[in-house]
Structure formats: structure tokens, C-alpha cells
Write a protein that binds this ligand. Structure first.
Ligand code: GRF
Length: 199
């Protein structure tokens, strides 16, 4: 059984895609052991509650120092002891201690075809605004391992999405989520669960 912890910061539509895929069998031998949100307002917490998934908030704002936040996050992860950590719209920098302790066990979904439109400052809508500004005809999403560099770990999966003439950044964000993110993130987890099951 692959024990997964999902880290969120916002709407949680990628979390929802994982929850749905576990429920409908597209992801097998997997349990979402916990959802950790970086803030109490994340709608992803509502999605977790509706799905009966344990969820906690560990917010940087709730700690005196960044170091205290990072220790609290690592302690909670070690308490749950997941096989896989999934960053699903998680907007806080992952502490290096977590990256080192869970090396090759953390994956992230990024809303572009890495190495385009990634790295510092490229998150959320900004990614799609940059893609439109460049005039690309194809964009997409990437699932990659998280390492010490931002958006630079080994690529696990990618899916391309056409960019129609005149589409807005908000419409493109939704299109990339629907046609790519919500497809390849569950697929990546399903593949890792199959591997885990064979070991
Ligand atoms: C998504 O576009 C995802 O690619 C990015 O953050 C956004 C938030 O998505 N990492 P979600 O609805 O919170 O999963």
C-alpha cells in the first residue's frame, strides 16, 4: 500500500483528481494518509473533509520563525511517514531538510512543459501569462521529482495542450488543469503505486 501525503495551498483541484482516482480505481493500492495545507483558508481542506481524508494546516504564519515552521512540517511528515509526498498546488518553498529526508519521494505538478516557464516567479496564473506573452502554440503540464533546485528535478510525466488563438490566461489555466494536470498527476501516482506493489 502506497501511503501518500498531499501538500496544498489553494483550491485543491489536483487533490480532488487524486481523491477521485483512488475512489474510481484509476489509482490502486494507495491511501491518502493526510493532507497538509499551508493555510487554513485553502478550499482543498473542504475537499479533504468531504472525502473523509485527515487534513491539517501547518502555516508559516503560525510560527515565530521560518525554522520553527520547517521543523513542524518535517516532524508532521515523519509522524505520518509517507512513501510519497505530492505537492499539489503547494506554494511554500519545500524545506531542504524535507527534500533530503524524502529524496526521490516528493513529486510536484507544474502547469507548463518544463523547462519552459518554470523556476523562480513562475507559479499559478503567471505561468500561463508568460506562455501567452511568448506566443507558444503548445503548452501543458509536468510531473517531476522535487530536488534542491526549483522545478528542476527529473521529469516523470508530461502532457501537451494546444493554445487556441485569443484564449485568456484564466481560460488557459483551466484548460491545462482539465486536459493535463488532472490526468498526469493521478497517472504518475498510479505508476509509483504499481512499482511499490511489485517491490
Ligand atoms: C495548479 O495550476 C497547479 O499546477 C499549480 O497550482 C495550481 C493550483 O491548483 N501547481 P489546485 O487547484 O490547488 O490543485
Amino acid at each position: 500500500m502506497l501511503r501518500v501525503v498531499v501538500l496544498i495551498s489553494g483550491g485543491g483541484t489536483n487533490l480532488q483528481a487524486i481523491i477521485d482516482a483512488v475512489r474510481n480505481g484509476r489509482i490502486q493500492n494507495t491511501e491518502i494518509a493526510e493532507v497538509i495545507s499551508s493555510g487554513p483558508e485553502a478550499y482543498g481542506l473542504v475537499r479533504a473533509a468531504k472525502a473523509g481524508v485527515l487534513a491539517v494546516t501547518i502555516s508559516p504564519k503560525a510560527f515565530e520563525t521560518r525554522k520553527a515552521f520547517e521543523k513542524a512540517l518535517l516532524d508532521e511528515l515523519n509522524r505520518v511517514n509517507p512513501d510519497l509526498i505530492v505537492l499539489a498546488g503547494y506554494l511554500v518553498k519545500i524545506p531542504m531538510d524535507v527534500v533530503r529526508e524524502y529524496e526521490r519521494r516528493i513529486i510536484n505538478i507544474h502547469p507548463s512543459l518544463i523547462p519552459s516557464f518554470c523556476g523562480k516567479g513562475f507559479y499559478g496564473l503567471k505561468v500561463h501569462e508568460a506562455a501567452l506573452a511568448r506566443g507558444v502554440k503548445i503548452t501543458g503540464a509536468t510531473v517531476h521529482y522535487v530536488d534542491e533546485e526549483l522545478d528542476a528535478g527529473p521529469i516523470l510525466k508530461q502532457k501537451a495542450v494546444e493554445v487556441p488563438e485569443g484564449i485568456t490566461a484564466e481560460e488557459l489555466q483551466r484548460k491545462v488543469m482539465e486536459e493535463a494536470e488532472w490526468v498526469i498527476l493521478p497517472e504518475a501516482i498510479a505508476e509509483l503505486a504499481r512499482k511499490e506493489n511489485k517491490e
